[in-house]
Design a protein around this ligand. Structure first.
Ligand code: FAD
Length: 464
C-alpha cells in the first residue's frame, strides 16, 4: 500500500453519498417528535457518520435527536467480559452526547422490538451497518416492519464494501488495487457537524450505564467468561493505545509485528470490533505521523486491505461461517486428507484448558483466556494446530469459532471468520501437498522456535 496515494486527498461530496443508503424510501413522518439514530455497530461519537447524518437531518427538520442503544443479552457468545468492555465504551458515548445536548437512551432486550417501538414517535430512522448474519437479520427485520424512512450509513470500513467490489474477492492481491483507487475519496477527515436542532426535553426511561461495573451485574449472559483487566473499553482508551502505538511502535512495525514474544502491534482490534474508534481516524492519525512511509504502508495494509477483505468475505459469502465458504481448491484438498492419521487428538475442554503436549499452543490459549486477545502471528499457529489435532475438519472449525468468539474481545467479527477460514486456506494460495492439510499452508513448531524467542513468550504469558 503506497502512502503517496493518500497525499493530496481532497474532500469530495461523492464519498459521503456512497456511504449513505436509503433502505426504506417512504415519506417522513411529520408528526414524529424526534429523529432517531439506532446506534449498534458504531459505538462512538467521533467519526460516526451515521450520527453525523442524523444530526444534519435533525437540523433540517428542526426536531430533536434521540440516540438509542439496545443491549441484547442473547448476543452470540455474550459474557461479562465482552459486555463490560462494551459498557465502558457506552459510558463514554453517554458522556460525549450529554455534552452535545443529545439524548442517549439505553434499553435492554430485542433490538428489533425496541427500535420499532421507538420509531412510532420518530420522523426518520438512521442506523449504522452490520455485516455478520445476526446483525444483518436485525436490520432486515426492522426495515420490513417499520413505518418511517430508514437510512443506513456505512462507517466502519474506510471504503464502503460495495464501492470496493461487487463480488467476493479471491485474496488481498485482488482487492488491494480496488481499495487503493478509492482511498482519495474515502480516507478523508470529516468535521463534526454543527448542531442547531432543539434539545429533547421529555423524560424517557434509560438503563443506567454511568457505572459499568454496577450495570454489568444487572445483566445475564449464557457464557461464563470473566472480565479482563488488560483491556478497558472506550474511545479514550483506544486513543491512548493509538498514541502509544504511533509514538513507540509504528517505526518498528515491519521488523517486529510478527514477534509474539514482544508487543509491537496496536492492540486496537477490540476497539475496532465494537466500533469504539473509526478505522478512518486510525488511518489518518498514522498518516499524520512522522514515521517512515514504508512502516505506515505496512500497517495500513493490515488495517485497511486485510480488514476490508474480511468484510468483503462475510458480505458476499453467505457460507463464511462454514467450511463450504472456502475456495474449491482448499475445500477439496482438505477433504482428500480428512482421513489422514492425526498425531494428537484433543477435546474442546483440553484445548480450552491449555492441556496439550505443546507449551507454545498452551501459552497462546492462556494468553487469550487471560487477556481477551491473542497475538496475531501466534493466532495463525494456534488455528492451524486445532485443525491438526481435531477429529474432523468440521469439528476443528467449530472449536475455533467457539474458542475465538468466546474469549476474544475482538471476536464475533468479520475478521474472526476471515481469520478462521484463513487457517483452512481462505485468501491464501496452494502449497506443497502434505498430510492432513493437503495443499493448505502448514505452520511448523520447528520454524517458529527457530525464528522467535518462544521461551520468552511462554514466560510472559505465565506471568500475566
Ligand atoms: P495490528 O497489527 O495492530 O493491526 C491493526 C488492525 O489491522 C487490527 O486491529 C485489525 O483490524 C487489522 N488486521 C491486522 N491483521 C489482520 C489480519 N490478519 N486480518 C484482518 N485484519 C487484520 N481479528 C479480529 O479483529 N478479530 C478476530 O476475532 C480475529 N480472529 C482471528 C482468528 C484467527 C485464527 C486468525 C489467524 C486471525 C484472526 N484475526 C482476528 C486477525 C488478526 O489476528 C487480528 O486482527 C490482529 O491480531 C489484531 O491485533 P492488533 O489490533 O494488535 O493488530
Amino acid at each position: 500500500m503506497k502512502v503517496r496515494i493518500y497525499k493530496n486527498i481532497k474532500h469530495s461530496l461523492l464519498n459521503e453519498m456512497a456511504r449513505v443508503k436509503i433502505l426504506k424510501d417512504i415519506s417522513i413522518n411529520n408528526y414524529g417528535r424526534f429523529v432517531l439514530y439506532w446506534m449498534q455497530s458504531s459505538q462512538r461519537v467521533k467519526y460516526n457518520f451515521a450520527l453525523y447524518e442524523a444530526i444534519k437531518k435533525a437540523n433540517e427538520l428542526k426536531k430533536p435527536l434521540v440516540v438509542l442503544f439496545v443491549i441484547n443479552e442473547n448476543f452470540p457468545y455474550g459474557s461479562r467480559r465482552n459486555f463490560l468492555f462494551m459498557l465502558e465504551g457506552l459510558k463514554e458515548v453517554y458522556e460525549e452526547l450529554r455534552k452535545l445536548n443529545i439524548r442517549f437512551v439505553v434499553h435492554i432486550g430485542d433490538p428489533v422490538k425496541h427500535v420499532l417501538e421507538f420509531s412510532k414517535n420518530a420522523s426518520i430512522l438512521f442506523m449504522d451497518v452490520g455485516y455478520t448474519k445476526f446483525l444483518r437479520e436485525w436490520r432486515k427485520n426492522i426495515v420490513e416492519e417499520i413505518k418511517v424512512p430508514v437510512v443506513a450509513v456505512e462507517d466502519n470500513v474506510v471504503v464502503p464494501v460495495e464501492v470496493t467490489s461487487n463480488k467476493e474477492e479471491y485474496g488481498a492481491y485482488t482487492i488491494r488495487k480496488k481499495i487503493q483507487k478509492n482511498l482519495k475519496d474515502y480516507l478523508v477527515p470529516l468535521d463534526f457537524p454543527q448542531i442547531s436542532f432543539p434539545p429533547f426535553r421529555e423524560i424517557l426511561f434509560s438503563f443506567d450505564i454511568r457505572n459499568p461495573k454496577d450495570s454489568i451485574n444487572r445483566l445475564h449472559f449464557r457464557y461464563n467468561v470473566s472480565e479482563t483487566h488488560y483491556f478497558v473499553g472506550g474511545y479514550s482508551n483506544a486513543k491512548e493505545l493509538l498514541k502509544d502505538f504511533v509514538q513507540n511502535k509504528l517505526s518498528k512495525y515491519i521488523e517486529k509485528k510478527n514477534d509474539f514474544s514482544e508487543n509491537f502491534t496496536s492492540n486496537l482490534s477490540p476497539y475496532l470490533h465494537f466500533g469504539q474508534i473509526s478505522p478512518i481516524e486510525i488511518a489518518l492519525t498514522v498518516l499524520d505521523s512522522s514515521v517512515e512511509d514504508i512502516e505506515k504502508e505496512a500497517f495500513l495494509d493490515e488495517l485497511i486491505v486485510r480488514r476490508e477483505l474480511a468484510f468483503n468475505f462475510v458480505y458476499y459469502n453467505s457460507r463464511y461461517d462454514r467450511l463450504e465458504g472456502l475456495q474449491p481448491w482448499a475445500y477439496e484438498t482438505l477433504q482428500n486428507h480428512k482421513f489422514d492419521e492425526r498425531p494428537y487428538r484433543y477435546s474442546f475442554s483440553q484445548l480450552e484448558n491449555a492441556e496439550t503436549h505443546d507449551p507454545l499452543f498452551n501459552a497462546a490459549m492462556m494468553e487469550l483466556v487471560k487477556t481477551g486477545k491473542m497475538h496475531g502471528y501466534i493466532r495463525m499457529y494456534w488455528g492451524k494446530k486445532i485443525i491438526e489435532w481435531s477429529e474432523s475438519l468440521e469439528i476443528a472449525f467449530k472449536f475455533l469459532e467457539d474458542l475465538n468468539n468466546k474469549y476474544a474481545l475482538d471476536g464475533r467479527d468479520p475478521n474472526s471468520y476471515a481469520g478462521i477460514a484463513w487457517c483452512f486456506g481462505k485468501h491464501d494460495r496452494p502449497f506443497k501437498e502434505r498430510p492432513i492439510f493437503g495443499k493448505v499452508r502448514y505452520m511448523s513448531e520447528n520454524s517458529i522456535y527457530k525464528k522467535f524467542d518462544v521461551q520468552k513468550y511462554i514466560e510472559r504469558v505465565k506471568n500475566l
